[in-house]
Design a protein around this ligand. Structure first.
Ligand code: BGP
Length: 503
């Protein structure tokens, strides 16, 4: 790469880098954890708005009504709704190329069932996209990220009811029609495969009618969840087909929670257990979204769970017509699988799993595995061969503000650095990786625990678990480091003194 070459308005220094020109260095957020303003300008309540705060030890709860004596962290969150200009400017100053964000379904259709969208909600996102455009930042927009209208849970048991397909497609069409000139990259459902697990029935499939209680005690109803997943897959495919037909320049992706898993031992029983885990957890939904049909093992897998999916004539056709253009996934950690039921199950990103003796874990017990990212990128690419984006990755950690206001988050830099190195290796292996949007680039509420204390951002927000805080923003050390990474197109990952980077 030539010295002084300007790419996306960035002066690229002459550092060798495996990352291609125009690589989308970004950051990720989600409306339900970031926007706040939960009932402002006509917005309705979503599943996330009904969730209280929790900790790693005490699970957050979902309630069927908002109760005055409980704290609901999404209600204010870190208030992107009123800070979007400031946040996007700070991100632009860091050199950000892509901003992953989501649209709050209930800002557009407050109950999910209105005939006409809420204009005030649509205007908000117009303003956000215009602000991104001002700085040359490419929005990457998730249509649904854990914010199903709660009314649809009450009335239909969420996605179990096929009626939601039409409601989602109406919502998605509204977005494509309104924003097709402003947004090129779209993702249909966040971590759609979380519906393969009981935990996913709260935030993702919404199959929790009348349930009130902790997220980790939600009754496990695979029949409802897998039926709901079929409906989500149909809805995703219909949205993709509509976008392809009407706006051929748009790129529509899936979004999978990629739960990399290794056999705990080389005992063939563990190897088979791991293969079955990967099939159910990772490939089941993405095979449908990328290849347009259920995988060969689906019937047997569902039968073993006692699940029978109701399909209608024409469903196969719908799935075939809605194949995504690129593959995106979240990656935080890896797990192991074993056939031995007595092995202890660890906690992690909604998914549990057996601890890997070769890996260290975060303060929340998520096992850190940068090489697993290279492995995953290769596994996915060898299966599908389409462009990929890592749209979530990062370290949830406690941050401490020093007296002078600085935040020395070298642990986060270390985590990101190691994962970026492995992405570089995957690119050298030959995978087609087009972007990277680390999670919670600005501090947001944690999805799994509802905490503020579990922070991912390179930008700190003054907001705490008891709901207090000034909401003031400040850069962490990782902010300056990530700026340098972007400026060098991933060529310079070394940790330097802050002054050195700013020069
Ligand atoms: C993913 C979700 C995000 C996000 C992230 C980190 O599962 O898509 O919404 O929050 O995980 O998880 P947590 O916030 O629980 O640490």
């Amino acid at each position: 790469m030539a010295q002084g070459e300007v790419i996306n308005d960035t002066l690229v220094v002459d550092t060798p880098t495996p990352f291609p020109k125009g690589f989308l260095w970004g950051g990720a957020t989600a409306a339900n954890q970031y926007e706040g303003a939960w009932d402002v300008d006509g917005k309705g309540a979503s599943v996330s708005d009904m969730c209280t705060n929790g900790t790693n030890e005490v699970a957050k709860k979902i309630t069927t009504e908002i109760r005055d004596d409980l704290l609901y962290p999404s209600h204010e969150a870190t208030d992107f709704y009123h800070h979007y200009k400031e946040d996007i400017k700070m991100l632009a100053d860091m050199g950000l190329k892509a901003f992953r964000m989501s649209i709050n379904w209930t800002r557009i259709f407050p109950t999910g069932e209105e005939d006409e969208p809420n204009e005030k909600g649509l205007e908000f996102y117009d303003k956000v996209f215009d602000e991104c455009k001002k700085y040359g930042i490419e929005p990457v927009v998730t249509i649904s990220h854990y914010e199903l209208p709660y009314e649809l849970v009450k009335k239909y048991n969420g996605w179990e009811d096929r009626k939601l397909v039409g409601l989602f497609v109406k919502y998605a069409k509204t977005l494509f029609d309104r924003y097709h000139d402003k947004v090129k990259y779209w993702l249909t459902f966040n971590e759609i495969n979380s519906g393969t697990m009981a935990m996913g029935s709260v935030l993702s499939t919404g199959t929790i009618k009348d349930y009130e209680g902790p997220l980790d005690e939600v009754p496990d109803k695979p029949q409802e969840r897998f039926q709901a997943l079929h409906h989500q897959l149909l809805a995703s495919a219909e949205a993709v087909a509509y976008a392809h037909e009407h706006y051929p320049d748009l790129k529509i992706g899936n979004m999978t929670l990629f739960a990399t898993s290794y056999p705990l031992t080389c005992n063939p029983d563990d190897v088979i257990a791991n293969q079955q885990y990967m099939n159910k957890m990772n490939w089941y939904t993405s095979d449908v979204q990328v290849r347009g049909e259920y995988p060969y093992y689906a019937d047997k897998m569902l039968k073993d769970m006692g699940v029978e999916i109701k399909k209608e004539e024409g469903d196969d056709e719908i799935l075939k017509n809605g194949k995504v253009d690129f593959f995106t996934f979240s990656y935080y950690m890896s797990n192991t699988a074993t056939a031995d039921e007595d092995k202890k199950v660890g906690k992690g990103n909604l998914i549990g799993g057996v601890p890997n003796p070769y890996l260290e874990a975060s303060d929340w017990g998520w096992q850190i595995d940068p090489k697993g990212l290279r492995y995953s990128l290769n596994e996915i690419y060898s299966r599908y061969g389409i462009p990929m984006m890592v749209v979530e990755n990062g370290l949830g950690a406690f941050d401490k503000i020093e007296e002078d206001g600085s935040i020395h988050d070298n642990y986060r830099i270390d985590y990101l650095k190691q994962h970026i190195e492995q992405m570089g290796k995957a690119i050298e292996d030959g995978v087609d990786l087009i972007g990277y949007t680390p999670w919670g680039i600005v501090d947001v509420v944690s999805a799994s625990t509802g905490e503020m204390a579990k922070r991912y951002g390179v930008i700190y927000v003054d907001k705490y678990d008891d709901g207090t805080g000034t909401l003031e923003r400040r850069p962490k050390d990782s902010y300056y480091w990530y700026k340098q990474v972007i400026d060098s197109n991933g060529g310079d990952l070394e940790v330097k003194e802050k002054e050195e980077v700013e020069d």
